[in-house]
Ligand binder design. Sequence first.
Ligand code: NCD
Length: 360
Amino acid sequence: MRSLISILDFSAEEINELVNTARDIADHPESYREKCCHKKLATAFFEPSTRTRLSFEAAMLELGGSVLGFSDANSSSAAKGESMADTAKVLSCYADILAIRHPREGAPYVAANNATVPVINAGDGGHNHPTQTLTDILTISREMGRLENLTIGLCGDLKHGRTVHSLVEAMARYEGVKFVLISPPELKIPGFIRFNVLERDGIPYEEVSSLDEAMPKLDVLYMTRIQRERFDCVETYERLKDTYILNVEKMAHAKKQMCVLHPLPRVNEISVAVDSDPRAAYFRQVLNGKYVRMALILKLLGEAERNPVRQTIDISGYLRDRTCTNPKCICQVEQELPHLAKLTDPRANIYRCIYCEHKV
Ligand code: NCD
């Protein structure tokens, strides 16, 4: 049995297979209408969501399955202090597959280690969002006709934007991909992506603060929202919130063949006038999210049927004497979770928390 917690849980070949299945679903939806009859998806959303939760639900319904769940942490037993591990064991009794969104980084990982059904990470704090990445990859593939040899600009809140982190991890595996990271100095990409992915694998990237200057070289522009809810200081958010606004004038400097993506929700970072530009792909991206989640549900349920045993994690190689200090990590609130660290960069002797990947 497999879960999807980080986009790196899947190989590049597996992602390509999912993209192909999703394309086939888009072309022949009727062939998939009964694939998940009598199967149930539970959506456990401890954080707000429109697209992700509803696209999971729409995906399961279009496969002929059923859905149950909650969309507000206060209406679940977490409000009474139930642990993620217990919640995962309980939900496994009601559903065949779980999609979990949680403000605590590493929470879906803990769920996957305790559930007896596959778990999908539907976003954990400012850490990862692998199903948005599958959506993004399908969109890039459909819009640009390729996933290789692309210059990808990521613009906005690269520090807290979990969709950015998972997308860089995934796209760094394709030949000829370069990144232009466009952010104010306060919102640069975090160390677990900079060192574990970009530096370690020698991926070409540059960090700039001007969107105007970056525009002419981009094949893909990935705009993101400044993530108000992840800021400790409201004044900093207020100062940075309107740093980047993509408008028609800026689009005039972009290539003719390029696409603009946004995981949505948009706040103010793309003016509405850009929506009618044929290169604006963000609403087509939403529809792609449903197709790729259908493909994902099929894959994980199929694997669980063939091999119902959960993969147990081997913690023998993990260090136990380092304490994670990330205040947003799941291990800060769940007392029974051991603090464990893994060696992620042997040359620099860097250890990271196994739940949230912060340096310890
Ligand atoms: C993103 C998220 O939740 O991280 N939205 C989404 O899932 N489509 C992006 C965001 O909230 O800014």
